[in-house]
Design a protein around this ligand. Structure first.
Ligand code: GAL
Length: 459
C-alpha cells in the first residue's frame, strides 16, 4: 500500500492546493505508476463539526470541501487517505472520532475516502491493556466495515499495547514505534524506548531506533496486516544519500507501508531516484508477503568514535524461491561484510537433522537491487517535465504497475524488477561486499539454474 503523507514535510500546513498539487506531481513523475496510490491527508484539516455533528473540513484550507478532493484524486487514478484519532482530539488538538465512530466513518465514505490513518492522542485513558486498545480501535474498524466502502485501516497507536498481537484481525497495518525523525541514528530523549516493549513511544525516533525495535516483531507481519515503521523521511535533508538508500531498502524488505514523506513538488533528482527503484518496490510488493528478519547483529569495529554502531545481516523469503539479503552497515566506517550460505539459510540449516541442506549446497545468482538506480540526468529530466525523455527511458529504470502488477511482472522475470546480476555465490560459499558507512548492500538471490553453475564471478 505505497503512497504519500504530508505530515513529515508539512505538519499542519495542509490545503487543497498542496494536496492536489502533490497528487499531480505523483502522476507526472511516474510515482503513481510505480504503485504510490494513496495520497494521505494528515492532521489539521478540520474545523469541528456541523450542527448535526458531522465532521467539517476547514473551508479556508479546503474551499471546495472534501468530496471534491476525493473526486479529483480518483480522477487522477489515485486513492484518498484521511486522518482522525481514536481520541477526544487529534494530536494537533483538532476534532477527533472517539465515541463518534459510526457517524465519522459514514462521513469519510461519503467523501470517497479509501484509507484511514487513525491516531491515538487524547484517548481518555482507554489504553494500558491490549483489550482496552483493541476495543477502542475495533469500534472504528466495525464502523468502516458498515459503510460498505472498502477503506484501508491504518492504525496509529505507536506500538502502545502491542498492536501486533491484536490488530491484524481489525486493521491493515499498525504503527509499531513513536514518530520517526529525519535522523539515521541520533538518540533523542523524546524517543526513550529502544525495545518493542515500550510504555512511552514518544517521538523523534531515528531510523536505527525503529529498525532495532522492529527486529523483534517481524514475525507478526502478514498479508493484509503489516508492521508500519512510519512514513519515509527520504528527501527531507537530515540524512546522507546512502542513509536514505538504507532507509528505503529496509522499509521495503520489512514490508512496512512505503509512504513518501517529503515534499513531492520540491524533490531532488536523488530523492526521485530512491523512491523510484522498481527492483526495491518489487520486494515490498512481493506476493509471498513475508517480512525479512535479522539473522545476526554485531558491534561495528570502532576507529575513533564512541558511538560505534552495528552491522547486521537481514534475510527474507520471496515468492518463487528467491531470497532478499541485506548487508547493513550502521558503523561509522566502510566495512567488508561476509555472509555465508550457512548464515543466510540459518533457519533451514539449524532445523536439518542430516547433512547440509540444499540451499547451502547449491549455487545462487546474485542481483544487486540498486545497480540500476536512475541516473541524475534522467531524474532531472523527469522533474523538469520532459516527457519525451521519460518515454524513451531505459525500461530497467522504471516500471508501470498499472499495466502489469508486480506479481505478474515478477512471474515473468521483468528485468526492471530484478536489478542487475553482479555475480554468484558458489555452493557452500559466502557473499562478500564492502558496504559504505551507514550504508546497505541489497541483493536478490536466485537459484543458479541446474547444470549451469557459474564459478568465475563468485562474489
Ligand atoms: C502523531 C502521528 C503522526 C502524525 C501526528 C499528527 O501521533 O504519529 O504520524 O499523524 O500525530 O498530529
Amino acid at each position: 500500500m505505497p503512497g504519500q503523507d504530508n505530515w513529515n514535510a508539512f505538519a499542519c500546513d495542509v490545503t487543497e492546493e498542496l494536496l492536489l498539487g502533490t497528487a499531480q506531481k505523483i502522476v507526472d513523475y511516474g510515482l503513481r505508476d510505480l504503485g504510490y496510490y494513496y495520497v494521505v491527508l494528515d492532521d489539521c484539516w478540520s474545523a469541528g463539526r456541523t450542527e448535526n455533528g458531522s465532521l467539517l473540513a476547514n473551508s479556508t484550507k479546503f474551499p471546495n470541501g472534501m468530496k471534491h478532493v476525493g473526486d479529483q484524486l480518483h480522477d487522477m487514478g489515485l486513492s484518498f487517505g484521511m486522518y482522525s484519532s481514536a481520541g477526544l482530539h487529534t494530536c494537533a488538538h483538532y476534532t477527533a472520532s472517539l465515541g463518534r465512530e459510526k457517524q465519522d466513518a459514514a462521513t469519510f465514505a461519503s467523501w470517497g475516502v479509501d484509507y484511514l490513518k487513525y491516531d491515538n492522542c487524547f484517548n481518555a485513558g482507554q489504553a494500558g491493556t491490549q483489550l482496552l486498545s483493541y476495543n477502542r480501535y475495533n469500534a472504528m474498524s466495525q464502523a468502516l466495515k458498515e459503510t460498505g466502502r472498502p477503506i484501508l485501516y491504518s492504525l496509529c497507536n505507536w506500538g502502545e499495547d502491542y498492536p501486533w498481537n491484536w490488530a491484524s484481525t481489525i486493521a491493515n497495518s499498525w504503527r509499531m514505534s513513536g514518530d520517526i525523525y529525519d535522523s539515521f541514528d541520533r538518540p533523542d530523549a523524546r524517543c526513550p524506548c529502544t525495545s518493542y516493549d515500550c510504555g512511552l513511544p514518544g517521538f523523534h525516533c531515528s531510523v536505527m531506533n525503529i529498525l532495532n525495535k522492529d527486529a523483534a516483531i517481524v514475525s507478526k507481519a502478514q498479508p493484509g496486516g503489516w508492521n508500519d515503521l512510519d512514513n519515509l523521511e527520504v528527501g527531507n535533508g537530515g540524512m546522507t544519500d546512502s542513509e536514505y538508500v538504507l532507509h528505503m531498502s529496509m522499509w521495503a524488505i520489512l514490508k512496512s507501508p512505503l509512504i513518501m514523506g517529503t515534499s513531492i513538488p520540491d524533490m531532488s533528482p536523488q530523492t526521485l531516484s530512491i523512491y523510484s527503484n522498481p527492483a526495491v518496490i518489487a520486494i515490498s510488493q512481493d506476493p509471498l508477503g513475508v517480512s525479512a528478519h535479522r539473522v545476526w547483529q554485531h558491534p561495528a569495529p570502532t576507529v575513533d568514535s564512541d558511538d560505534q554502531g552495528s552491522y547486521s545481516l537481514w534475510v527474507g523469503d520471496l515468492a518463487g524461491g528467491d531470497y532478499v539479503v541485506a548487508l547493513l552497515n550502521a558503523g561509522n566506517d566502510p566495512l567488508t561484510m561476509n555472509a555465508s550460505l550457512t548464515d543466510i539459510f540459518f533457519d533451514a540449516s539449524s532445523t536439518s537433522a542430516g547433512g547440509p541442506v540444499p540451499e547451502i549446497t547449491r549455487g545462487w545468482d546474485v542481483y544487486d537491487l540498486w545497480a540500476n538506480r536512475m541516473d541524475n540526468a534522467t531524474a532531472s529530466s523527469i522533474l523538469g517535465g520532459n516527457a519525451t525523455v521519460m518515454d524513451r527511458m531505459n525500461a530497467t529504470m522504471r516500471y508501470n504497475s498499472t499495466r502489469m502488477s508486480y506479481a505478474d511482472g515478477l512471474a515473468r522475470n521483468e528485468s526492471a524488477l530484478l536489478g542487475s546480476r553482479v555475480g554468484a555465490i558458489a555452493p557452500m560459499g559466502t557473499l562478500n561486499a564492502t558496504v559504505e558507512r551507514h550504508g546497505i548492500a541489497l541483493y536478490r538471490l536466485r537459484p543458479v539454474p541446474s547444470g549451469g553453475a557459474r564459478k568465475r564471478d563468485e562474489l
